[in-house]
Design a protein around this ligand. Structure first.
Ligand SMILES: [Zn+2]
Length: 335
């Protein structure tokens, strides 16, 4: 992916990352029966953090500085007030709407509660879940489209290298793999990739890219899930077409759960800065009819990270982490 403007510098990585538990907790009240405390602010429905605490069986809620932290035995939910950042077990997410303070209470958008917090904390309750036996790997760019130009080589080369390592690792684990391209010369269009993937049943879709920015400072991993209908993307702000619904939106809950599983394993295993799980409307994520994510495995514009990405050992580690995340996602859904 190419970005024209400077993104905020990454937050320092926590000294360690707790694994996302993906473990069923206490029985929860049914969403339909539960009485959420809501308020409408700027035409958007928000639910109170008090309601979230009760609904998800958090035992404590402590506010300190600009953060409020909800905790139980398995999960820590840390919300930055006035901003879109949310941390679940120390993994960073960028919400569709900033957390708000209103009449002495704190509020999270209904969309972020339903499309982010719910499916990440309780992936086993996702209703659209279908079992999958195949992973479609989509190495970004290819052929005449080199992708971003890194300090040591073109993005398309690293995308394919990582994809082939991921393929080998998944097959070793007994998971079938299909590739949207498996050679350097091939350059399917974005529409070709979607059409190909949509013909394969019982599958999930993982698009692989490396990041570039016009600065040598930025580094770290970010993972994208399709922006829910009616929300802005992380990088572009609100736009007139945001109300459209795409076929990828039918898998919103699985998309964010898959992004969480893969992203948290990649960040933890590599020690790369966590730039967060973000939202966008990339063509491959919009048109797809199955759970899908786009992984940005690091910055080939950063000298340290570019050197790592050019090394076989680092890509092997990243491939193993991605495969672990995919397995964690599969296990979480089948609980
Ligand atoms: Zn790219």
């Amino acid at each position: 992916m190419k970005r024209g403007r400077l993104l905020p510098s990454p937050l320092p990585l926590a000294s360690f990352l707790l694994a996302l538990s993906f473990i069923a907790l206490l029985p929860l009240p049914c969403q339909a029966e539960f009485e959420w405390e809501t308020v409408t602010l700027d035409d958007e429905v928000y639910v109170s953090v008090d309601s979230i605490k009760i609904f998800y069986a958090f035992e404590s809620a402590v506010s300190s500085g600009s953060f409020i932290t909800l905790k139980n035995a398995k999960i820590e939910l840390r919300i930055r007030l006035g901003g879109p950042e949310l941390y679940i077990n120390r993994v960073k997410f960028v919400m569709s709407f900033s957390a708000r303070s209103h009449k002495g209470k704190y509020w999270i958008s209904r969309t972020d509660q339903a499309k982010l917090i719910g499916p990440v904390i309780r992936p086993n309750l996702i209703r659209t879940t279908q079992r999958f036996h195949t992973v479609i790997i989509d190495p970004g760019h290819g052929g005449v489209d080199g992708g971003s130009k890194g300090l040591y080589g073109n993005e398309k080369v690293y995308n394919l290298k990582l994809a082939l390592k991921l393929k080998a690792e998944l097959e070793r684990l007994g998971i079938r793999v299909k590739m949207t391209r498996s050679t350097d010369a091939a350059f399917p269009t974005l529409q070709d990739r979607v059409a190909y993937a949509n013909r394969i049943d019982g599958a999930i879709f993982v698009s692989i890219h490396f990041n570039w920015i016009n600065s040598t400072r930025a580094r770290g991993i970010e993972t994208y899930a399709l922006a829910p209908q009616g929300t802005a993307t992380t990088n572009d702000g609100a736009k007139p077409g945001d109300d459209r619904s795409f076929s990828g939106n039918s898998r919103d809950a699985e998309n964010i759960a898959l992004a969480t599983a893969v992203h948290s394993h990649c960040v933890r295993r590599t020690g790369a800065p966590d730039r967060g799980i973000k939202r966008d409307r990339f063509t491959v994520l919009c048109g797809i009819n199955k759970p899908a994510i786009l992984l940005e495995g690091g910055f080939i514009s950063n000298p340290t990270e570019a050197r790592l990405i050019a090394s076989d050992a680092y890509l092997t580690k990243l491939a193993a982490a991605t495969a672990e995340g995919i397995v964690a996602f599969r296990n979480a859904l089948s609980r």
